[in-house]
Design a binder for this molecule. Structure first.
Ligand code: NAD
Length: 360
């Protein structure tokens, strides 16, 4: 993997990442509070007010982070880090753009990586084991899971990444078409959870990651069926966390969800790039993979929306007035993001679960 390929284009995310690693640290915040306590009287009024406001903002941000960490980790505040020498990882859709990069990240950490995909990809990462699985079919998932248990051991890290997007206008969306997206994007996650969760519960350890989408929060024309499925995948993830805490009493089993906007690659090609690449850059698949790996490394459940711009706006949009939602869509030219031609091209170039028809 070349270094150049790993450099994200300069965007607001670069700036935020720099600020998070400097001004956003607890050390900076503590130092600022102590400084203001001891030396505030020496400052002019303007800088004093500015630094005080910054200090308050950082304190509030810290409180928000602590509360979020406590709640999403089912009250189990302490990180439960992976023991990479013994973790067995399963990635669905590991032959695709994002999944393949997730496999790369996992192989840096673990020798036991199983890839579930409809077809074995031409380019395989050495060290990973590939299994032909249709995630929509519980029998297919069970067969592969049994094989993984025999080959590598019982899985403890599950990455639900397989997904399809069939972007059509609603009047052209057939029930079968809608159902297919639901089956891959939602039932696929459920099938994996049903197969592997009991072992994680018995250990009170492990991590289930769901690769959902920013479409779970905000839909645009021709993305209705996909958005509905991704909203369902997000809800399924939330329900999983709740049940681990309140039904299965396994609070240390971690659950994370990743909601990216457009990612470069075939599936993402159904959408045009947002006009402002500084505010809303097109993500590279490896950036999503690095986030997934960071969630796993942290040993904490996380809710990630990326890039930064999306993380600030999208999750809260549901609670905002309709005109703000509309403003985000229209100002970002997202109402024209999908066209029939673009969508048909992206679909025809992809592998479909039925394994055949090019029909759009
Ligand atoms: N690309 C984007 O812009 C974007 C944005 C947000 C979220 N996502 C989500 O990220 C995930 C990965 O997307 P991607 O861009 O890598 O897409 P991709 O098409 O490159 O990869 C998807 C993979 O899933 C596999 N798959 C499809 N149906 C399957 C099935 N029934 N059983 C097993 N495997 C199956 C495909 O063979 C493919 O390898 C998807 O869940 C997608 O919805 C993608």
């Amino acid at each position: 993997m070349s270094v150049a390929r790993r450099r994200a284009p300069f965007s607001i995310d670069t700036v935020v990442s720099l600020l998070t690693r400097t001004v956003g640290t607890s050390a900076f915040s503590t130092a600022l509070s102590i400084f203001l306590y001891l030396r505030a009287y020496q400052l002019e009024e303007k800088p004093r007010k500015l630094l005080t406001a910054l200090s308050r903002f950082l304190t509030l941000r810290r409180i928000h982070q602590v509360l979020t960490r406590l709640v999403v980790n089912n009250g189990w505040f302490k990180a439960d880090k992976p023991r990479w020498d013994s973790e067995v990882c399963v990635v669905t859709g590991g032959g695709g753009a994002i999944g393949s990069e997730i496999v790369v990240e996992l192989l840096k950490r673990s020798k036991k990586v199983a890839v579930f995909d409809l077809v074995t990809p031409k380019h395989q990462h050495s060290g990973a084991r590939y299994y032909e699985v249709d995630v929509t079919d519980p029998e297919s998932v069970k067969r592969a899971a049994d094989q993984v248990r025999a080959d590598l051991g019982k899985a403890t890290i599950i990455i639900n990444n397989a997904g399809i997007l069939h972007a059509r206008k609603l009047l052209e969306t057939t029930p079968e078409n809608c159902l297919l997206q639901y089956k891959v994007n939602v039932i696929g996650c459920l099938n994996l959870v049903k197969e592997f969760l009991p072992h994680l519960i018995s250990l009170n350890h492990g991590h289930v990651v769901t690769v959902a989408s920013s479409a779970a929060y905000l839909t645009i024309p021709q993305l209705g069926a996909y958005s509905a499925s991704k909203a369902a995948a997000l809800t399924l993830h939330e329900s999983l966390g709740q049940e681990l805490a309140h039904r299965y009493h396994a609070p240390r089993v971690r659950t994370s969800v990743i909601c990216p906007t457009k990612v470069a690659g075939n599936l993402g090609d159904a959408l045009s790039a947002p006009p402002n690449s500084f505010l809303s850059p097109v993500l590279e698949p490896w950036q999503v993979a690095v986030k997934v790996a960071a969630c796993l490394d942290s040993g904490l459940s996380q809710h990630v929306t990326m890039p930064f711009f999306a993380s600030v706006i999208l999750p809260s949009l549901r609670a905002m007035p309709e005109y703000l939602r509309s403003l985000v869509i229209v100002s970002g030219k997202q109402n024209d993001s999908i066209t029939d031609e673009r969508s048909a091209k992206a679909w025809s170039e992809r592998i479909r679960p039925e394994g055949g028809s090019n029909e759009f």
